[in-house]
Write a protein that binds this ligand. Structure first.
Ligand code: MTE
Ligand code: HPA
Ligand code: MOS
Length: 795
């Protein structure tokens, strides 16, 4: 009955389906409420000379127009480096950058004012829009950062086969259903009450307080649920929230700022594009001898989370493989795009896709060696982390509880890999229209925030005299099922029906100093804190009950069991009382029925300067086999079959976890195949609608999709022995990209080598059309994704 381990429906499933679940823009409008809109920069790189708003201010219904000069507190913000202006001061650095805030009484007035505000610029220089241009212009947001082990020079010099290449991937638009949204209201005594679609209410509170020049206790940020975040609201909800709060501060009225879809797609940051220059050596048995990688990401115009995303990419470049001699260097480029930000996987996908590409390139290289392994799978198995040996990562953390070897072999079996692989290669020799490919990708994803201090959470549990319970944590519900899982965990502690537990809105006046809900760790963190708080109340109830049954006893509270909605003494099972009755009586007896829990992940340490430590509590591991079918005439990629196997420990809610796995995989499928961000030569996002930005549809979900939970005991030290599931499945979709490369490799090595990520039809067609033109390392250094090369006319 407690529900842990059961597939309870998502707490808002019905609300989501019926439309009754309330999001930010569903909050009823107050009578004094103002609509807020932003005036953003139409140019990517210029000096801002003047904002002319006199005419706009005169429009009836326009209440305020604010610029950087109207900010009473800090003018800049940022999670790591406070280098991003809330409103542009003297320069603009990307198209869509906020310059002025308009507050109006109606949408018509807002629109009219927007058209009237005039921005005057001095154009400084043409924008830098790619990693390659940024490198050439020496524009970086960070210094190079290194993680290294062994002697790569020597290892590469000795290796019988050495290959060099460049891996490139583009960004990804979050496309959460609910766009960035915030409502600010004046509170009591100079306070501000915010309702924000944010993954990090505490960070939103901080940014708003600093912008307004208020102490933290004067800003309350509340979040009931998000219509998706996917990392896009880890830091980037703060800007819109601060703009709404500024209006409330200036006018004393409620203020609502909700981006339209196109605004959201143009103004906000996305997943980081990467360029990785690599050199790898392998021996004839397929063992990797040495690897050197140079990672560059496109961080956009300001720092945001880019150094942390780069760290995670560097910490995942090994993916599932032991690398004895390795040199990893990463650096974030500065360009004139919106600041790139967190996106499901947080650099992990870029690191893992690089490594899988390298494995495939080495497989192609080994074709020249007699008796060498012919399939990528053989290379993968040859290099997988071992058990008890070959199990330390480049940064020195031991891959404990390594299930990858058996996950891989079971998956190969259950997907009938060998037979299908041979059939596919045979097919490709004869069919002139349909090209097929198949690949397996393992994934090992480190769980915990790389920044150790962020691995903490608190929770509050309130028990009422009728036996009903309210739980609040600092975690935010964005569709991933966090609240449902916490409800199950708490119901397990009290032995009551999960329906008796209400999950309350996340709010900084109940749960403060929290980390954003991110890094897939929020059940691990908030769930543990909630269990701790509930256990405190349970112990008090147990002590009270024992005194009722045996006054003066010093029996341990563990003698009282909580199950089936009852408290009972398991030495004298006739001593029992319904949970609700116990709560009512204990309250009358002045027992405290509320508690707070706190959890900090134990044992983590990572020294960024030496690149060594154990930053992760554990790894979520899995693997996927993908089969693709490519139309050689159009370049279109279809995915008829996926088989995957993932170790998520003991699942708290298998139904929700299955949803996360399939949803995450399909989101990754979009990143590697169809989602293609395009910019015009001035740096404007061209793909700013569902018409031009192609996310997977329900009809793109592979018709054969088998998803196995790999059965293990789960880690001894996580809540209910569960493992994080939110991000890892996205990276399993790298198998689809590898399968496309495999298919192209059947045509010629050069076709595979030219493929950048995503494998859009244009990209695949280009690779096929140049299949018989050899591709040298020099070519690779200059090569760019087909979408980077704008074919149209300049605006
Ligand atoms: N699932 C849904 N439905 N909506 C989301 O926004 N975000 C993902 C993942 N799954 C997301 C989601 C991301 S980026 C992360 S980090 C995790 O959920 C965060 O939640 P968790 O820690 O509870 O897994
Ligand atoms: N993952 C996700 N979000 C983060 C991290 C991380 O490791 N660090 C800071 N924000
Ligand atoms: Mo997820 S990218 O860690 O919000």
């Amino acid at each position: 009955m407690s529900g842990v381990g059961q597939s309870l429906p998502h707490e808002s499933a019905e609300g989501h389906a019926t439309g009754r679940a309330s999001f930010i823009d569903d909050i009823p409008r107050r009578q004094d409420e103002l609509l807020v809109g932003l005036v953003t920069s139409p140019v990517a790189c210029a000096r801002l000379v003047r904002v002319e708003s006199t005419a706009a201010r005169a429009i009836p219904g326009v209440i305020a127009i604010l610029t950087a000069q109207d900010i009473p507190g800090a003018t800049h913000f940022g999670p790591l480096v406070q280098d991003e202006p809330i409103l542009a001061l003297d320069t603009v650095r990307y198209i869509g950058q906020p310059v002025a805030i308009i507050a109006a009484e109606s949408a018509t007035a807002l629109q009219a004012a927007r058209a009237m505000v005039q921005l005057e610029f001095d154009t400084i220089a043409p924008p830098v829009l790619s990693i390659e241009e940024a490198i050439a212009a020496n524009r970086f947001l960070t210094e190079p950062h290194v993680i290294a082990r062994g002697n790569v020079e020597a290892a590469l010099a000795k290796a019988p086969i050495v290959r060099r290449g460049v891996f490139q991937c583009l960004g990804q638009e979050h496309l959460y259903f609910e766009t960035q949204a915030a409502v600010a209201m004046p509170g009591d005594d100079g306070q501000i009450q915010l309702h924000v679609s944010t993954q990090g209410p505490s960070e939103t509170q901080h940014v708003v307080a600093e912008t307004l020049g208020k102490p933290l206790n004067h800003v309350i940020c509340t979040t009931r649920r998000l219509g998706g975040g996917f990392g896009g609201k880890e830091t980037q909800a703060n800007l819109t929230a601060a703009c709404a709060a500024l209006v409330t501060q200036h006018t004393g009225r409620a203020a609502r700022l909700v981006y339209e879809r196109g605004e959201d797609m143009r103004n906000t940051g996305k997943r980081h594009p990467f360029r990785v220059e690599w050199e790898a050596g392998v021996d004839a048995s397929g063992r990797i001898q040495g690897l050197r990688v140079l990672l560059f990401s496109d961080g956009g115009a300001y720092t945001d989370l880019s150094p942390s995303v780069m760290d995670r990419a560097m910490l995942h470049i090994d993916n599932a493989y032991f690398l004895e001699h390795v040199y990893i260097e990463g650096r974030v480029c500065e360009t004139h795009h919106a600041p790139a930000t967190a996106f499901r996987g947080f650099g992990g996908p870029q690191g893992i896709a690089t490594m899988e590409t390298i494995v495939q390139e080495l497989t192609l290289a080994l074709r020249e060696i007699p008796n060498a392994p012919r399939h990528a799978l053989a290379l993968q198995q040859q290099n997988l982390y071992g058990r008890g040996e070959r199990n330390s990562t480049p940064y020195g953390q031991i891959v404990a509880e390594n299930h990858l070897p058996e996950i891989m072999s079971m998956l190969v079996q259950e997907s009938d890999f060998d037979t299908r692989f041979d059939a596919i290669e045979a097919h490709n020799r004869t069919d002139s229209r349909w090209l097929r490919g198949m690949a397996v990708s393992p994934v090992k994803f480190g769980i915990s925030f790389v920044a150790t201090f962020m691995n903490q959470a608190n929770a509050q549990v309130l028990v009422y005299p009728d036996g009903s319970v309210q739980v609040s944590t600092g975690g935010t519900e964005m569709g991933q099922g966090l609240n449902t899982k916490i409800r199950q965990l708490v119901s397990g502690v009290f032995g009551i029906d999960p329906a008796a537990i209400a999950m309350m809105a996340t709010s900084t006046d109940k749960n403060h100093n929290t980390s954003p809900t991110a890094a897939s760790a929020s059940t691990d963190l908030n769930g543990a804190a909630a269990v701790q708080a509930a256990t405190t109340v349970r112990d008090r109830l147990a002590r009270w009950a024992l005194q009722q049954w045996a006054p003066g006893t010093d029996a341990p509270t563990s003698r009282v069991s909580f199950a089936h909605g009852l408290l009972f003494d398991h030495e004298y099972p006739e001593r029992r009382i319904p949970f609700a009755d116990a709560c009512a009586a204990a309250r009358f007896a002045r027992v405290d029925l509320g508690a707070r829990g706190f959890y900090a992940t134990p044992g983590l340490h990572f020294d960024r300067s030496t690149g060594r430590g154990a930053p992760f509590l554990y790894y979520t591991q899995g693997a996927a086999v993908a089969e693709v079918c490519i139309d050689r005439f159009t370049g279109m990629v279809r995915v008829p079959r996926v088989d995957l196997r993932i170790d998520i420990g003991q699942s708290i809610n298998p139904g929700i976890d299955r949803g996360q796995i399939i949803g995450g995989f399909v989101q990754g499928l979009g990143w590697v195949t169809t989602e293609c961000l395009m910019y015009d030569p001035n740096g404007a996002v061209l793909t700013d609608s569902f018409c031009t930005y192609k996310v997977p549809l329900a009809s793109d979900v592979p018709p054969h999709f088998s998803c196995h939970f790999h059965e293990t005991d789960g880690p001894a030290h996580t809540v209910a022995r569960s493992k994080a599931v939110g991000e890892p499945p996205l990276m399993l979709a790298v198998s689809v990209f590898s399968a496309v490369r495999h298919a192209l490799g059947c045509v010629s090595p050069a076709a595979a080598q030219r493929l950048c990520l995503p494998a859009t039809p244009e990209e695949v067609l280009r690779a096929l059309s140049l299949a018989h033109v050899p591709f040298s390392h020099d070519d690779a250094m200059r090569w760019q994704h087909s979408a980077s090369i704008w074919q149209g006319t300049s605006a």
